[in-house]
Design a protein around this ligand. Sequence first.
Ligand SMILES: C[S@@+](CC[C@H](N)C(=O)[O-])C[C@H]1O[C@@H](n2cnc3c(N)ncnc32)[C@H](O)[C@@H]1O
Length: 423
Amino acid sequence: MNNAFLKSFCTLQQIYRERAFSAIALNKTLSDCKKQDKALITKIVYGVLDNDIKLEYVISRKVKKFPKGDTLLYLKIGAYCLMELSIPVYAVVNDVAELSKLSGDRRTVGFVNATLKAVAADAKNFDDYPKEETERLSVQYSYPLWAVKKLVKDYGLQTATQIVQFHSDHKTTVRFVRPLTTQQVAQRFDEAEPTLFEDAFAVKGNVPPYSDDCTQQSLASMAIARICAALTPNEGSFLDCCAAPGGKSVYFKQLKPLSEVTSCDLHAHRVELIQSYARRMNVSLKTVCRDMTLPFEEWTEKFDAVLCDVPCSGFGVLDSRPDIKLFRENKDISELMKLQYAILSNCSDFVKKGGSLVYSTCTLFDNENGQNVRKFLKEHDDFTYGEISLPQLKEANGKQSYQFLPHKDGMQGFFVAVLTRKK
Ligand SMILES: C[S@@+](CC[C@H](N)C(=O)[O-])C[C@H]1O[C@@H](n2cnc3c(N)ncnc32)[C@H](O)[C@@H]1O
């Protein structure tokens, strides 16, 4: 049996059935497989998740009765390899049919074999997409229809199309604690390229999450930490309300070593993540486990700057979390908006007069972003818009709020708004 197909199947089973996090399930698989299989398994797992809607649609055009469960998963793996990879057709059809023998059912094997042959017929030039434009975008670029409709409403058809079409080149950003040249970085990682931040490089290859002098961190996450740092006096106080696993808190402290940083999260196990990350990066933070929707008198008007990097639908980080497209539903958005607003509104009490409140998400929808901020300002007349300071990105610099867009800004799709408490 083809080992890469088998390992990909088992990993995807965990993600579809048990809703395991894609990165965690995949890393576990890769830690225990042959070196030569790793690249193909990674491609298949992320490729199937990323193309899920399209693969289901293509399969639906080739069968009389739509399959379920493992049979559907065999077909998704086969259809993905036929449509997107350059593995010979006979190898894909034979190996996936062989894989489907795990079902112990001869009819399933025959069905998988016949369906994949039908998919193979126009796999490289399939164009039988829905005629209606939003449905076509949803299927062709495997983006949930409700999310496409939201993007069209928020951005217009042209930008929505660019957003759903965009595919990242899957480079990892590595941030260094001490300054290094591109040549020095290239000696340690493949394809090192400078980024808009002098301390970060885009690299390819096998990148450890962190080591003594560097850590993986997305440019957008760095941008938010830099925006907060620019708003805080050198020896000022900074509260990160939703801080786990600690990416922004730790970077903030490195940018402002004399400041006092308090990092909170709702869950004790996630507070431990902040602590261990801070220890590894040799940074000292105060960590607190708290529900930040609840008042806390001790902190009233205590901090120079407060960051609410709230839980969100995550449509700005699909490059690293393609499973979000599978499991997130439109009905989740209104619940998220309530939580986001409750955190923002409650934590605004902790900002000093004249201090700054930063609201950020890693998503693209106005409901969770601008709408929450506009509502907040309407209901809190002691706050007004402040100004983003991010000289490296002129489109954002000086604005009150900014939506980072992957196809335009070359970084993940975060949103940020800066608010100021009136004196
Ligand atoms: C987007 S993540 C934060 C990422 C983090 N700022 C970083 O840069 O590493 C949102 C975090 O909010 C936390 N959270 C959710 N509800 C919360 C609440 N009511 N109070 C505090 N934290 C909460 C989640 O546990 C999660 O860790």
